[in-house]
Design a protein around this ligand. Structure first.
Ligand code: 5RP
Length: 225
């Protein structure tokens, strides 16, 4: 099974878990795109749901598929949030934000009763940190935050597009990707990063995910915290 096939499989499985009448948070990224497309097919077939998206891209995708996508102000409590991840570690600790949507993703996830992570098996790791940890930063604070993250040994690098242009999030902030290596104590690292003035959010999602659906050669398996 290719990685894309695994993403499609787990996206489809997650879409099957959504029930009529639910308020659903839509994640961001290629796996979430598979999920949203599968959910869109169910909506076209008559499923009645309302959604809140974690990025402009997922918002537009949902709307293009005929889904009712509203704001968090209109729908502040969600039954479920379904999203991908860059890494899934022990106790369902996650690194997210590879697609740059970590801030809105964390906000929408925190509004949901249940957070289902959808990944292919390459994302499951014994210790977080192989994937660079994204940190979203207010523009003005960039030099300050960059220095503080370096002092913490987290090796930040400003995210750019392939043409060299600076990457901006949906909230118009910068992202510093921290190639920090293994993160043995995610709670400690999260607290250290959060303590820096000018950091808006970081990509460590701790004690948030309820269950992970993992697609691999043996089909879809479940991991619980
Ligand atoms: C976006 C994210 C994504 O969920 C994460 O990057 C995984 O993406 P993909 O499903 O494309 O591998 O956190 O900010």
């Amino acid at each position: 099974m290719t990685q894309d096939e695994a993403k499609a499989l787990v996206g489809q499985r997650a879409a099957e878990l959504v029930e009529d009448g639910m308020a659903v948070g839509l994640g961001t990224g290629s796996t979430s795109t598979m999920f949203i497309k599968a959910l869109g097919t169910r909506v076209k077939a008559g499923l009645k749901i309302r959604c809140v998206a974690s990025s402009d891209a997922s918002h537009h995708l949902g709307v293009s598929l005929g889904m009712q996508v509203v704001t968090l102000a209109e729908l502040p409590e969600l039954d479920v949030y379904i999203d991908g991840a860059d890494e899934v570690g022990p106790e369902l600790a996650l690194i997210k934000g590879g697609g740059g949507a970590l801030l809105r993703e964390k906000i929408v996830a925190s509004a949901a009763k249940k957070f289902i992570v959808v990944v292919d098996s390459t994302k499951v790791v014994p210790v977080l940190g192989r994937f660079p940890l994204p940190v979203e930063v207010v523009k003005m604070a960039l030099p300050l935050v960059e220095r503080r993250l370096s002092e913490l040994g987290l090796r930040p690098k400003l995210r750019r597009h392939s043409d060299g242009a600076l990457y901006l999030t949906d909230e118009n902030n910068y992202i510093l990707d921290c190639a920090c290596g293994e993160i043995p104590e995610p709670e400690k690292t999260a607290a250290e990063i959060r303590g820096i003035v000018g950091v808006v959010e970081h990509g460590l999602f701790l004690k948030m995910a309820t269950v992970a659906l993992v697609a691999g050669e043996e089909g879809v398996t479940e991991l619980r915290a």
